[in-house]
Design a protein around this ligand. Structure first.
Ligand SMILES: Cc1ncc(COP(=O)(O)O)c(C=O)c1O
Length: 479
């Protein structure tokens, strides 16, 4: 047996590269990523390719290794080239991501040391760091310091946890589900609809509250519908507002909704995945007044703090409510069970073992300080206003002035169908590749969107988009 163990050990040890092998691989990875970063302004925001990375299948997972050079080549051609380049400042579609560099170093350290961030007993420092970040975010949105939350993989999971917590806090079960009512607008992000379904709440009554002309929830209507539902002996228990809708960046009347929720004893969840961090700016703070009245909140650092994908946050004002929905004790974890001043993420989320997500947020905030983040958000607000006024000057039809950093617009052609024209215009811009834009259906009309949230988007990229749009419209109008 010893002989066999030793044979196995010899091969197992291949999993631990030598210092020299690490250095070689690291050098190549760093060179590859540095070349990308040094050229980021010249690299397309979108690449249309016929193969879409299909060659990955030609190199299946097998018993034998390949070199780091070959691996990088495969990644470069099949992963990092085709489709959207979310690291580009030319990414002005959907809700742009970011890719703050020091987050990558945070992830690197988190992965090398592999600190266990699920349970305080195992990773006290890691848990303290995550809890400290949660307290910081709770503070900036005006939650009390005894609020809690969880670092999730993104906004969808944060919304799910908010909805699950609301469900349990309001005792929704098979006994009362069909009489229980959820209020939201048609503009709520679809992750909220998914969350309701996954949380087992699809049998609730879902009321789509009418919106005003700016696509914000009409709070007077909300109040009326709730009163009506109460008269019908129904059980209004959850209202979900948006602080920055994905389509157009609209902020629901957060303060009014908060008052209505309180008066009617309804759980108030706000999806601020996109808009939440604008609270760091003076303008955003003013516009997001009332955010602090919510019971739970989604806010995404991988949107508003420009982090690479993989970090959303749910905040819950009453810590015990989040815990009651997610706590579970297993016998084999008995050593970790003791009272401490820090709550463990494993008791506050569906996850037990998890990526140590805190470091990817803590490191950039510490190494750069908050100021450039705040200023960059302010720049995005102004860029959206600038785009709005310039695109209008070019003759495009625009929606209302952007509330945050999303602006909608469309070209009304001299002849032919406007929807078809704008679809063609979008395809032309995407095929060009330098700037990536997206569209939505707004009031039934095909509408183009300008969504500015990448920390790499500056005046240069916005002017380039304006120029591309102007040139493409000219060409398409001639056809
Ligand atoms: C307003 C809003 N909520 C929730 C989400 C979902 O977040 P994620 O994609 O991180 O799961 C998004 C994504 O764009 C969003 O814009």
């Amino acid at each position: 047996m010893i002989k066999r163990i030793k044979e196995l050990e010899k091969i197992s040890r291949l999993l631990e590269p030598t210092a020299h092998e690490r250095k070689e691989a690291r050098k190549k990875v760093v060179t590859y990523s540095e070349d990308f970063l040094n050229d980021i302004e010249k690299i397309n925001a979108y690449n249309v390719t016929p193969d879409k990375g299909i060659a990955l299948h030609e190199s299946p997972i097998s018993e034998s290794p390949i070199t780091i050079d070959k691996a990088i080549k495969l990644i470069e051609k099949n992963v990092d080239y085709p489709g959207l380049n979310p690291a580009s400042g030319g990414h002005l579609a959907y809700i742009p991501g970011g890719g703050i560099y020091y987050s990558a170093l945070g992830d690197y350290l988190a992965d090398i040391f592999n600190r266990y961030a699920g349970v305080f007993y195992a990773g006290p420092g890691a848990v303290r760091m995550e809890n400290m970040l949660i307290k910081w975010m709770a503070g900036i949105v005006g939650y009390p310091q005894n609020a809690t939350g969880n670092l999730t993989s993104g906004g969808s999971l944060a919304n799910l946890m908010g909805v699950v917590t609301a469900r349990d806090a309001k005792n929704i079960s098979s006994k009362n589900i069909s009489k229980s009512v959820i209020y939201l607008t048609q503009q709520v992000h679809h992750s909220v609809d998914k969350a309701i379904r996954i949380a087992g709440l699809k049998e609730c009554i879902i009321r789509h509250v009418p919106m005003d002309e700016r696509h914000k929830m009409n709070s007077e209507e909300l109040e009326k519908i709730i009163a009506d539902d109460k008269k019908k002996n129904l059980n209004p228990f959850l209202v979900i507002a948006s602080a920055g809708t994905t389509d157009i960046g609209a902020i629901d009347p957060l303060e009014e909704i908060g008052k209505i929720a309180k008066k009617n004893n309804i759980w108030y969840h706000i999806d601020a995945a996109y808009g939440g961090f604008f609270v760091l700016t003076d303008e955003g703070k003013e516009k997001l007044k009332g955010i602090e009245l919510s019971d739970s909140l989604t806010i995404d650092p991988h949107k508003g703090l420009f982090l690479p994908y993989g970090l959303g946050v749910v905040l819950v004002k009453d810590a015990q409510k989040l815990r009651q929905s997610h706590f579970y004790q297993a016998q084999y974890l008995q050593d970790a069970l003791f009272e401490s001043e820090e709550m463990s993420p494993a008791d506050l989320s569906p996850e037990l073992t998890k990526h140590f997500r805190g470091l990817r947020l803590w490191l950039p905030l510490k190494l750069m300080g908050l100021k450039p983040f705040r200023v960059c958000l302010e720049e995005k607000l102004l860029l959206a206003k600038y785009f709005y006024s310039e695109i209008k000057k070019l003759g495009f039809e625009v929606g209302t002035e952007p509330e945050l950093s999303v602006c909608t617009y469309r070209w009304i052609p001299k002849k032919g169908n406007a929807d078809e024209f704008n679809k063609k215009l979008l395809d032309e811009v995407v095929a060009d590749g330098r700037i990536f834009i997206s569209s939505t259906l707004l009031d039934g009309k095909f509408t183009l969107r300008f969504a500015c949230l990448s920390f790499r988007t500056h005046l240069k990229q916005v002017d380039l988009l304006l120029k591309i749009l102007k040139d493409k419209v000219k060409i398409l109008e001639k056809k």
